[in-house]
Design a protein around this ligand. Structure first.
Ligand SMILES: Cc1ncc(C[n+]2csc(CCOP(=O)(O)OP(=O)(O)O)c2C)c(N)n1
Length: 630
């Protein structure tokens, strides 16, 4: 029987003789590769932490001890070791399967949920402080990647940690990669710790020192011994961490379970915060992932032998929205030397790497630092540049105050390309981009638009860059509809909608990707309600709304319908309602959008739409009922 199948929870793992652990690690790798090759997922990050997670669960006792994983995209091994190795893991990231991230609702072993980077240390410090205030026992371990370690929130937590000095273990899982190569001074410093001959010597000495020490019950004595003597071994290694009052230990080979267990046992006995620097290899155990860490950070279903995607793009396929953005940005940057591109550690995800390839001096990767990216852009704009920040909708939430305080309040000329606006089905609630219109619309000076197709996206990117002020262009993940692109993008009039179909009694106002569904809905309504003429407006702008056109339609409309790929609360439909209300118009409005709840993960857009009353039939049912009443 495979060893993994004997493990129903961490207690079973602890019963295994250590000689079986390498075989278990191999089985876990095979399981992760099999499932992710079918479902896609965070392949590289998980293959890199197999031994680390085994060691963590050998040494610590969840749920009494808390393991807090940053981002938690590397949580698959933890899931397999904590009772989730059944059919639910076969359906990883699919409807009815386990989530691709940790989730407090999914298991008592998930001490803290995540999906956004940089929160683990703050959460762990909160958990450790709560433990102490309550007088509880238990250990708290934060597990952070080297890139998560560079996030602003992590640095804020580090600063705070030094003043509170809680008993806390920080595991720095260093593989030198974010999604792309990790960047910046902290990344360089960590690299220096790993490669410096001085540190390597100290590391070898520390390893042989630890090797000589007994395991098991005597570890406590060894802990005392180490407390006295370890300074000589560990303290010189990282002056920076020591100054931050975080005892630094490492770097440790993250693929040696025995060493990891010994080091973790030592950390467990420390009364003060301690940082274990673990060196891992992203994608360990899968050649394709080792050869292409960036692609295998988060991969779509792939062939195990070759690493090729199961559904490869073919010539003639519609382009990705993000690629149309990237190419248009390059054109705009060629035409105007003030145009710059900024990414927060997502060059490939946003296709800003196209700018990096073509005009490297005009390209900035600031690391996982969405707040900084926005203020940095504001500073550039204050000196006459035209920065374009490409950030996913969900991560832009981080930058709300910077957008308010640093960009809009000063009316600075920053363009935001808000990628992944709409669903990220397999990733789920932490990654859906369903709230940006709502939080951006409340800020004065914002212009918010969304294209119905890729040709209009190119127009909008150009329009946004040429417009003098903050503009947000939102577009979803995946492939665009596949319409032909004009040779040169056009400038669109700000705040003007496009009438696609004339109507009289019913007017459907749709934004972005919802326009196609609106046209289909209009046709169906006219067939089912003979004599009713249904108009469709491509709103283009969520702000400023084309109030003139909207209010002109009031004369004949018995029913307005709004359609958006966004939460209903505060979204585009709310803007329509507010505009009608301000003009004291009481025409009924049927709003179509996502409910005021967190939408979980699912196998596809269609399944999640169906489950949330957003299938074409469900929308037709609601609108036709409203029309009968109107
Ligand atoms: C706020 C935020 N920005 C961007 C991302 C996208 N993202 C997910 S994982 C990741 C890289 C994490 O690198 P690291 O912490 O070193 O962990 P590794 O994947 O290398 O194990 C990024 C940028 C995110 N999850 N959250």
């Amino acid at each position: 029987m495979p060893i993994l199948e004997t493990i129903q929870g961490p207690a079973d793992l602890k019963k295994l003789p250590s000689s079986q652990l390498p075989a278990l690690a191999q089985e876990i790798r095979e399981r992760i590769i099999r499932v992710t090759s079918e479902n896609g997922g965070h392949v590289g990050p998980n293959l890199g932490v197999v031994e680390l997670c085994i060691a963590l669960h050998r040494v610590f006792e969840t749920p009494a001890d808390s393991l807090v994983f940053d981002v938690s995209h590397q949580g698959y091994v933890h899931k397999l070791l904590t009772g989730r190795n059944g059919p639910e893991f076969d359906r990883l990231r699919q409807s009815g399967g386990v989530s691709g991230f940790l989730n407090r609702g999914e298991s008592e072993h998930d001490a803290f949920g995540a999906g956004h980077a940089g929160t683990a240390l703050s959460a762990a410090l909160g958990l450790a402080t709560a433990r102490d205030l309550r007088g509880d026992a238990g250990h708290v371990v934060a597990i952070l990647g080297d890139a998560a370690f560079t996030c602003g929130v992590t640095l804020e937590a580090l600063n705070n940690l030094a003043t509170s000095m809680r008993r806390l273990v920080v595991v720095l899982n260093d593989n030198e990669w974010a999604i792309d190569k990790n960047v910046g001074a902290i990344a360089d410093y960590l690299n220096h710790l790993i490669t410096s001959p001085l540190y390597n010597r100290a590391h070898r000495e520390a390893e042989s020192f630890l090797k000589k020490l007994p395991g098991g019950r005597k570890v406590f004595e060894f802990g005392q011994l180490v407390k006295r003597d370890a300074k000589d071994f560990f303290a010189p290694q990282s002056a920076v961490f020591e100054k931050l009052k975080l005892r630094y230990i490492g770097p440790v080979d993250g693929h040696n379970i025995d060493h990891l267990c010994r080091y973790l046992e030592f950390c467990k006995r420390s009364e003060n915060p301690v940082l274990l620097h673990v060196r891992t290899i992203k994608g360990q155990g899968l050649d394709a992932a080792l050869g292409n860490p960036e692609k295998f950070h988060g991969a779509s279903p792939y062939q195990i032998e070759t690493g090729e995607p199961k559904k490869a793009a073919k010539p003639g396929d519609a382009p990705l929205w993000q690629d149309v953005f990237g190419r248009t940005l390059v054109e705009c940057a060629r035409a105007d030397e003030r145009v710059l591109g900024i990414t927060a550690a997502m060059p490939s995800g946003t296709s800003l790497n196209l700018l990096k390839q073509e005009l490297p001096k005009r390209y900035f990767d600031v690391g996982i630092a969405e707040e900084h990216a926005v203020v940095f852009a504001a500073g550039l704009a204050a000196k006459g540049f035209k920065p374009v920040c490409a950030i996913y909708s969900t991560f832009l939430q981080r930058s709300f105050d910077m957008i308010f305080h640093d960009v809009c309040l000063q009316n600075l000329d920053v363009t935001f390309c808000v990628d992944r606006a709409g669903l990220s089905p397999a990733d789920g609630a932490t990654h859906h981009g369903l709230f940006d219109i709502a939080f951006l619309r409340t800020i004065p000076n914002t212009v918010i638009m969304q294209p119905k197709d890729e040709d209009e996206l190119a127009d909008m990117v150009r329009t946004a860059i040429e417009f003098n002020g903050p503009v947000f262009v939102r577009y979803p993940r995946g492939a665009a509809p596949g319409v032909p692109l004009k040779d040169k993008p056009s400038l669109l009039p700000i705040g003007k909608a496009e009438v696609l179909r004339e109507g009289v009694e019913v007017q459907i106002w749709a934004l972005g990707v919802m326009v196609a569904g609106a046209l289909a809905l209009a046709g169906r309504l006219e067939t089912e309600f003979p004599g009713v003429r249904v108009g469709v407006v491509n709103a283009r702008f969520a702000k400023p709304l084309d109030a003139e056109l909207l209010l002109a339609q009031v004369r004949t409309a018995k029913l307005f319908v709004t359609m958006e790929d966004h939460a209903l609360a505060g979204g585009f439909g709310s803007a329509v309602l507010e505009t009608l209300n301000a003009a004291h118009v009481a025409t009924p409005v049927e709003r179509v959008g996502w409910p005021d709840e967190f939408v979980g993960h699912g196998s596809s857009q269609e399944i999640l739409r169906e489950a949330n009353g957003l299938s074409a039939d469900a929308i037709y049912g609601r609108v036709s009922a409203a029309l009968r009443k109107a």
